[in-house]
Design a protein around this ligand. Structure first.
Ligand code: IMP
Ligand code: MG
Length: 188
């Protein structure tokens, strides 16, 4: 118990600023779920969660989708440094089933350069889904390198490295309930 409290204390201490509160995330996620429920009312929705970053967002969003919908997971790892994507992506866990003829919605934590999502779109499009759309919790448009149409966006944020609600720095801070910016000394 003491161990847990100590860890949680230091985790919040590493945060310089809360950019998006847990309450705002919950409110926006409910809105997106409602929108997706309407848009996919007569479709064959197949949700693809991109691990690990989108796991928490997907868990919340999926429960606001009030139509029969399947969820599956894909894990990818990108080569590059820890705060910037190289766009060179490797699939370390693929979907369990064929998505041909399904209405696929990719759920990602964040779109930054757009290279990761661009790779995923090309990869999944080649499997002939009936439709293919994207939903991201966060969008950093200033850093875009490829032109990508994101269909559902939670929040647009400035060019800052963020953690929490699934997003990590060196695999940590995913369990913060809000989206925050770390203190510069954390990266040192
Ligand atoms: P992109 O390929 O540059 O669009 O980057 C997308 C991926 O980079 C995301 O799925 C994240 O894993 C990671 N990423 C980009 N920006 C951030 C950030 O601010 N915090 C944490 N991860 C990030
Ligand atoms: Mg990610």
């Amino acid at each position: 118990m003491i161990e847990v409290m100590r860890f949680s204390q230091s985790m919040h201490d590493d945060v310089k600023e809360i950019l998006i509160t847990a309450e705002s995330i919950a409110e926006r996620t409910a809105q997106l779920g409602k929108q997706i429920t309407q848009d996919y009312a007569d479709k064959n929705l197949f949700v693809v969660c991109i691990l690990k970053g989108a796991a928490i967002f997907t868990a919340d969003l999926y429960r606001h989708v009030e139509i029969p919908a399947t969820v599956d997971f894909m894990a990818i790892s990108s080569y590059g440094d820890r705060t910037k994507s190289s766009g060179v992506v490797r699939i370390s866990k693929d979907l369990d089933v064929n998505i041909e003829g399904k209405d696929v919605l990719i759920i990602e934590d964040i779109i930054d350069s757009g290279l990761t999502l661009s790779y995923l779109l090309d990869n999944l499009r080649s499997r002939h889904p009936a439709s293919l759309r994207t939903c991201v919790l966060l969008d950093k448009p200033e850093r875009r390198e490829v032109d990508i149409a994101v269909d559902y966006t939670g929040f647009t944020i400035p060019d800052q490295f963020v953690v929490g609600y699934g997003l990590d720095y060196a695999q940590r801070y995913r369990n913060l309930p809000y989206i925050g910016v770390l203190k510069p000394e954390v990266y040192a």
